[in-house]
Design a binder for this molecule. Structure first.
Ligand SMILES: [Fe+2]
Length: 239
């Protein structure tokens, strides 16, 4: 969470952008009293400025400390109204949304998805990126032809999202890699897929630095994806 001083020193543009209304993301979420758990905001695994110049520190601070925190708060508030969900992992909840009480299902879908998606996002980024393992490289070559073709496919999926959503490299139910996109905060988990890495194309992920230039942002994100982490996730998915 930014300190009061940090909030005060944010520019007007930042405050306006940070409060842009998005579906599933109520304004003033931070002012609501939220239960402390069961879900918590994972700390950023690097300083907020670690991915400069690709992702600026102010965007990182607001994106993690406010947007992701709001998903956690809203998810916890929904869980408090649905005790049957207590003790379940977020992955289990998203894989079985039909079992979520209808009164909170949409809230859990949007905010549980937001929490899961962002929890995958932060650790999959690293200054300078990271190399693909041999296993990942072979799987990518088999599914897409080459690393370059995979990146083209991810870029195309990210650019094709109308409004807010994500582009993903996932493992499908048949065990093969695929590129897909999801609207809003939906997760590939909801389709029975295992997400390996996602590109967040909500405007809150890039608007301060890139404004409407989504393509530049997507190109920048592809510079900082840690393919080593992606390879580790593929290995875990295969087990
Ligand atoms: Fe986001």
């Amino acid at each position: 969470m930014p300190t009061r001083r940090e909030v005060i020193t944010l520019g007007t543009a930042a405050l306006v952008a940070a409060s842009l209304p998005h579906r599933g993301e109520p304004l003033h979420a931070q002012s609501q009293a939220a239960p402390a758990g069961p879900f918590t905001l994972p700390p950023l695994p690097y300083p907020a400025d670690a991915l400069e110049p690709h992702i600026d520190a102010q965007t990182m601070t607001i994106h993690h400390g406010r947007h992701h925190q709001a998903y956690v708060n809203n998810l916890n508030a929904a869980i408090a109204k649905a005790p049957s969900l207590n003790g379940k992992t977020i992955e289990a909840i998203l894989a079985g949304l039909d079992a979520v009480p209808e009164a909170v299902r949409t809230t859990v879908r949007n905010n549980g998805g937001g929490h899961a998606n962002h929890s995958l996002f932060w650790p999959s980024l690293k200054k300078g990126g990271g190399a693909m393992s041999e296993t990942l490289s072979k799987a990518v070559a088999s599914a897409f032809g080459s690393d370059a073709k995979l990146k083209e496919s991810l870029t195309s999926a990210a650019m094709g999202v109308f409004g807010s959503g994500w582009a993903w490299l996932s493992v499908g139910a048949d065990g093969r890699l695929l590129v897909e996109s999801t609207p809003n905060q939906d997760s590939p988990i909801m389709r029975g897929h295992t997400p390996l890495v996602g590109i967040d194309v909500w405007e809150h992920a890039y608007y301060l630095k890139y404004q409407n230039r989504r393509r530049e942002y997507v190109d920048a994100i592809l510079q900082v994806i840690d393919w080593t982490v992606v390879g580790d996730r593929l290995a875990a998915a295969k087990k």
